[in-house]
Design a protein around this ligand. Structure first.
Ligand code: COI
Length: 354
């Protein structure tokens, strides 16, 4: 197994940080000075290196490019008011990474390699963590099969990498969402619960159709009846109906177990909400809207944090919301941010010191 001491470090000669305006950064466009790269070969992780961010030289026959054995995670690092770097709930993402790896028939990444590699990389590039509101350093661990062979079988070789991207808000404004009932994101028995690259690629066609008619993202429905709501764009979804917060449950294996989703459940309970994780049908949502008790709808995700939904359309039924007057989602976001930016005591032990 690779110990932290075995991670070889080569640093850049000149940082690119001064060339970038950290006040105005689109999501995922800029990357920090360094990256982590590790190889899996002969049943072992080896060649662990932190080195200057640079292109990879890959064979056109690389297995991942053909058959999509590729997974990733999304994590964020913040600075507290004293300027000290912290990572939000990285152990939860580490565990989920290996859940995805198992489902995609890929090797497990050892905890020390993932956590120490990430910590050392962030420590080296900590000056890239933006400090202003709604900004953070997005951490992207990923793994892909690297056999140079186009036979269809699990690879013998893999690459595990981490890159870092300073980032602002993912969705800038309250969103318009189209309830999708033709295309499917995930079915029971499939890979919906895994953070597999293909889940995102396969969502793009339906999303593009919704964008053509003015919507930002789709809200997926279940594969059999198109009746139960699932995930929304790159987010989990919450509905405040009366005094209850409802989010689709995970047991069908079609929904990603979001770390922000879990954090929202904890904080909503602390705010006094009854929280239900259960199948929720579009009919129940429409009935609540007609009865005037569908108060708020919002998405949660690492990139998206808490994103307000101002319109939800199902067939010809359009639900518009007065997001300006919402209390719950903005308060949830405020509380979550206060924890992440170290402005309040971290009573849940969510922040991991770099
Ligand atoms: C995240 O929230 O980290 C995601 O994975 C969404 C992303 C694909 C930008």
């Amino acid at each position: 197994m690779i110990a932290a001491a075995d991670i070889n470090i080569t640093t850049i000669e000149r940082s690119r940080l001064n060339d970038i305006d950290l006040e105005n950064i689109p999501f995922g466009k800029y990357f920090t000075d360094h990256m982590l790269e590790v190889d899996y070969e002969d049943g072992q992780w080896k060649n662990a290196e932190i080195k200057p961010f640079q292109p990879l030289l890959l064979s056109p026959s690389l297995a991942a490019l053909h058959y999509g054995q590729a997974i990733f995670e999304g994590i964020k690092a913040y600075k507290n008011p004293k300027g000290e770097p912290y990572i939000f709930r990285p152990i939860d993402n580490y565990k989920r990474f290996n859940v995805s790896a198992e489902r995609m028939q890929m090797p497990e990444v050892p905890e020390e390699l993932f956590m120490e590699g990430m910590r050392m990389l962030i420590d080296l590039d900590k000056n890239w963590i933006p400090q202003q509101e709604d900004h953070s350093l997005y951490i992207r661990p990923f793994m892909f099969s690297s056999d140079e062979l186009i036979g269809v079988r699990p690879s013998d070789k893999y690459k595990f990498m981490i890159i870092l991207s300073p980032t602002g808000p993912y969705y800038n404004a309250p969103m318009r969402i189209y309830v999708e009932e033709r295309f499917v994101r995930a079915a029971p028995g499939g890979v919906g619960f895994a953070k597999a690259a293909g889940n995102y690629g396969s969502a793009m066609y339906a999303t593009a159709q919704a964008k053509k008619i003015g919507y930002d993202q789709v809200l997926w429905t279940d594969a059999f009846e198109h009746k139960y709501v699932q995930e929304c764009g790159t987010m989990n979804i919450f509905f405040i109906i009366g005094g209850t917060a409802i989010t689709p449950s995970l047991e069908s294996g079609t929904i990603l177990a979001g770390v922000t989703r879990d954090s929202a459940i904890v904080l909503l309970k602390e705010m006094g909400f009854n929280v239900e994780e259960r199948p929720l049908s579009i009919n129940d949502i429409i009935n609540a809207h007609k009865a005037g008790v569908l108060y708020e709808v919002f998405g949660t995700g690492t990139a998206a944090t808490i994103s307000l939904i101002r319109e939800l359309r199902y067939k010809d039924y359009v639900m518009n919301f007065d997001v300006e007057n919402w209390r719950t989602a903005p308060e949830l976001k405020r509380q979550l941010n206060a924890i992440r930016y170290g402005q309040v005591e971290d009573t849940h032990a969510w922040m991991y010191k770099v």
